[in-house]
Design a protein around this ligand. Structure first.
Ligand SMILES: Nc1ncnc2c1ncn2[C@@H]1O[C@H](COP(=O)(O)OP(=O)(O)O)[C@@H](O)[C@H]1O
Ligand SMILES: [Mg+2]
Length: 274
């Protein structure tokens, strides 16, 4: 929907943009991004995934082959162009799921010293009508660099994905500090939306660390835990939405991602203004 305020186009009913982040790799950020995208699509709603990891695992997981004629997140980061995100959106083989793909050269932007670099992703979305989407999910790279700061400056909230291990618990406190820094200095609307315990196995160590996270962060930790089941890997390798998988532990994973989506929707709509 479009409203015109003092000559400027202002779109209302815009979806939340949520960064899926952790400074560590292999914790399940991409699996959470594509799992939530699958859960949204299952409801018949549209979702946009923005791939900010040069490894492009979200892009390939969604079954998209990047070709030279496509704009990627590298193009959104290499120059300051207002509204360019609209031209970079690609349909994927997943019904209801679009992506702004990543390419390997996205890592070149880490070396770019431009003053406004960390604001470029946000600027690329300025004036873009995203009201067709229920949610925008930004899959972040495992880094503390500019490729993490750029999504944090463009997002409304952060889904922190953590493994229930001692390093995982420490990682949450690191990213919490990063989020607080960005909120204080660059993006006041940024919130730590949800901490998701991912790749959980029922053993003493995992249960103990999950308990530590709940004691430290209370209700910010999602009640839903994403279990560690090989079917998750199979779905990624087959470029298939988890909700389309059959057999193995697919139903348990489908329920987990759908329940997690419901919790996130509940949290982000609390106190939201029109
Ligand atoms: N819930 C899960 N159960 C089993 N394997 C998982 C699960 N989540 C992620 N994985 C696997 O773990 C690896 C790392 O996950 P990924 O989502 O790529 O992490 P990140 O994006 O944080 O680097 C991948 O091989 C992925 O398929
Ligand atoms: Mg990843």
């Amino acid at each position: 929907m479009l409203a015109v305020l003092s000559g400027e186009k202002v779109y209302v009913n815009q979806p939340k943009k949520l960064a899926v982040a952790n400074e560590k790799g292999g914790v399940g950020k991409t699996a959470t991004t594509t799992g939530l995208a699958s859960a949204i699509a299952e409801l018949g709603l549209d979702v946009l995934v923005v791939d900010m990891d040069p490894q492009g695992n979200a892009t390939s997981g969604l079954g998209l082959d990047v070709t030279d004629d496509m704009l990627t997140t590298y193009d959104l980061m290499r120059a300051t162009v207002r509204g360019r995100a609209a031209e970079a959106i690609q349909a994927t083989p997943w019904e209801h799921v679009d992506v702004i793909p990543a390419s390997k050269n996205l890592s070149d932007t880490q070396a770019d010293g431009a003053n406004d670099l960390i604001f470029r992703l946000d600027i690329a979305f300025e004036g873009v009508d995203l009201s067709a989407y229920a949610l925008v999910l930004i899959d972040c790279p495992p880094t503390l660099g500019k490729l993490l700061y750029a999504p944090l400056c463009a997002a409304d909230g952060v889904i922190v994905v953590a493994e229930p291990t001692i390093d995982g618990v420490r990682g949450v406190s690191d990213i919490e500090e990063t989020i607080a820094n960005v909120k204080r200095r660059a993006n006041p609307r940024l919130e730590l939306t949800t901490i998701v315990i991912s790749r959980a196995r029922h053993n003493g160590e995992h249960d103990f660390r999950a308990g530590e996270l709940r004691a430290a962060y209370g209700d910010t930790v999602a009640r839903t835990v994403i279990p560690d089941y090989a079917t998750r890997q199979d779905a990624h390798s087959a470029h298939t939405p988890i909700h389309q998988m059959r057999g193995g532990k697919s139903i348990a994973l489908q329920v987990a991602y759908s329940d997690l989506l419901a919790e996130i929707t509940e949290t982000t709509s609390e106190g939201a203004s029109a």
